[in-house]
Design a protein around this ligand. Structure first.
Ligand code: MN
Length: 132
């Protein structure tokens, strides 16, 4: 039956995983499906990380940047959808002068029992971030 779900508290991203201020709301946390909306302040970005079952991002607001390990830094804008395959290291964040918000969708929980849903590594340096 249809259910208007209670709003979950906005959570600030942990300093080990993000540079700058990042906030996320959990929209869905099923047995195997995760959906968050993630909001980055200007200059904020994730650390390098990978997802065991891949991840789809959909930009809803602002201007952002994303890079896969070994690839170019790409500018992303509202309406863009980016798929990162399982195990590929990458980062995503806002541009220096704009907020950026994206939906993040990935598999976790029951579908990922043999490894973490996401694996986190080193922070993205200013040199990497600014190599647009
Ligand atoms: Mn990711």
């Amino acid at each position: 039956m249809m259910e208007l779900q209670p709003k979950t508290p906005t959570i600030q991203g942990a300093a080990e995983m993000f540079i700058g201020n990042v906030y996320f709301d959990v929209l869905a946390k099923g047995d195997d499906m995760r959906v968050n909306i993630v909001r980055f302040t200007p200059g904020a970005r994730t650390a390098w990380h990978s997802h065991a079952r891949g991840q789809t991002l959909h930009v809803t607001e602002g201007v952002g940047r994303i890079q896969a390990r070994g690839g170019e830094v790409i500018e992303i804008r509202p309406g863009d959808t980016i798929y990162t395959p399982p195990g590929e290291w990458h980062w995503h964040g806002a541009s220096p002068d704009d907020f950026m918000a994206h939906l993040a969708m990935w598999e976790g929980g029951a579908s990922v029992i043999d490894e973490p849903e996401s694996t986190w590594g080193e922070q993205v340096t200013d040199g990497e971030y600014n190599a647009l």
